[in-house]
Structures are given as structure tokens and as C-alpha cells.
Ligand binder design. Structure first.
Ligand SMILES: CC(C)(COP(=O)(O)OP(=O)(O)OC[C@H]1O[C@@H](n2cnc3c(N)ncnc32)[C@H](O)[C@@H]1OP(=O)(O)O)[C@@H](O)C(=O)NCCC(=O)NCCS
Length: 193
């Protein structure tokens, strides 16, 4: 079974789903992103603090400027836009953890004004498709705080399996956090109903 030593992911943008467009973020997105990434409630269970404009601009010019995955230990962050209106409603990320094990991880974050419509599930499914079908990953995980029920619901809607419950394993934002690890294999992606 080949590793992904020479693999790359270079999506054709925008990546289209039924209702959404996924596309690289630019400095022009800073105001829309500030609306949700500056909110403590949005950042409650994610591994970063609420962001200010300068932090966002630094990320947009730095790691979020990446538009392709060319090697392991890289991540691709894409903006999630409503196809009908062009409104940015959130962002999604695909990490490529290992070329040898063909492993990756998905993450998702929405502006609270746009939750409750299935956009996170739809956008994350597009990232799973890119990871499995275009990059050739074997297994993609989602890791989350057990208290983050909305995030666990997304993982379940995506068809990911709960594989592990790591009890109070991380000192997260000043308190011990129980981690849930969800996963999906490429075979499961191909066989999903
Ligand atoms: C996690 C997060 C992205 C989930 O957002 P969400 O809107 O609940 O998830 P989805 O976009 O998949 O929408 C699902 C909801 O839309 C409803 N829905 C409406 N139309 C739908 C459709 N066409 N398809 C699917 N679901 C639909 C579902 O019933 C569900 O509602 P419910 O929560 O009342 O059961 C959001 O809470 C968030 O950004 N949280 C902060 C960041 C975060 O914690 N990210 C995860 C880090 S691990």
C-alpha cells in the first residue's frame, strides 16, 4: 500500500456543494471573520482564543494563505460561502498529519448567525471528499471536547464513528477536558449511504 510521499491536494476553486462554495480566504474576509472568530462562545471549545483584527490579518497572510497541500504537517483552511448570496458563514480546515499513515483531520467553525442549517456538515463533507478522493487519505479524524455537543452532532451526521473517549486528558483553557475522537476510513467514505 503506497504512502502519500509524493501526493498533493490542489483543489479547483471554488469547491462547490449543494448550497455552498468553499474557497481560499483573503484579507477581504477579515471583517466577516471578526464577527465570529472574536466571540468567546464560538471559541469556547476550540484550541485558540478569541481573535482580534490583527491576529486574523496575520493568519490570513500566513497559514491561511495556503491554497494547496503539498506535504504532511500542513493544513488547508477554506472559507465557507453561501452560493446564493456570497455571504461568508464560517471556515473549515483539513489537516494532513501523516503521509506514511495517510492520516488527516477535519475541523469546522460557523458564524452563529448561520448555524442550524446544516452548513457545517455540508462543508465538512466537502473537506472529507477532498481528503479521501483527491489527496488519497486513508483515515480522517475529528477531535472535540465532549461538552461540545453541536460539534459531536456534526461528526455523527458526517457518518464518522466515535472511536475513543479520553477522560480528562487535556488541560484545556484552565480546566480538564474530556476528548471525543471520531474517525472515518476511506472505505467507509466510499460505502456511505
Ligand atoms: C460546531 C458547529 C459548526 C455546529 O454548527 P451547526 O449549525 O449546529 O451544524 P450544521 O451546520 O451541521 O447544522 C446542523 C443543524 O441544522 C439543522 N439543519 C437544517 N437544515 C439542514 C440540512 N439541510 N442539512 C443538515 N442539517 C440541517 C439540523 O437539524 C441541525 O439542527 P439541530 O442542531 O437543531 O439538530 C457550530 O456550533 C460552531 O461553529 N461552534 C463553535 C466552533 C466549534 O466548536 N467548532 C467545532 C470544534 S471541534
Amino acid at each position: 500500500m503506497p504512502s502519500l510521499d509524493h501526493a498533493e491536494l490542489r483543489p479547483a476553486y471554488p469547491v462547490r456543494t449543494e448550497r455552498l462554495l468553499l474557497r481560499p480566504l483573503t484579507e477581504a474576509d477579515v471583517d466577516d471573520m471578526l464577527v465570529y472568530r472574536s466571540r468567546p462562545d464560538v471559541c469556547r471549545y476550540v484550541p485558540f482564543a478569541p481573535m482580534d483584527r490583527q491576529v486574523l490579518l496575520d493568519r490570513l497572510a500566513g497559514p491561511w494563505a495556503r491554497t494547496a497541500l503539498t506535504g504532511e504537517d500542513q493544513s488547508l483552511t477554506l472559507g465557507v460561502e453561501l452560493a446564493a448570496t456570497g455571504q461568508l458563514v464560517g471556515d473549515v480546515i483539513l489537516f494532513w498529519h501523516s503521509a506514511l499513515h495517510r492520516g488527516g483531520e477535519v475541523g469546522y467553525l460557523l458564524d452563529p448567525r448561520f448555524t442550524g442549517h446544516g452548513y457545517a456538515t455540508e462543508a465538512a463533507a466537502a473537506m472529507l471528499r477532498l481528503g479521501f478522493e483527491e489527496l488519497g487519505l486513508h483515515r480522517i479524524i475529528a477531535r472535540l471536547d465532549e461538552r461540545n455537543e453541536a460539534s459531536a452532532a456534526v461528526a455523527r451526521r458526517l457518518g464518522m464513528r466515535l472511536e475513543a473517549r479520553l477522560v480528562l486528558n487535556e488541560l484545556f483553557k484552565g480546566e480538564w477536558s474530556t476528548e471525543l475522537d471520531f474517525a472515518m476510513l476511506a472505505d467507509e467514505w466510499r460505502q456511505r449511504g
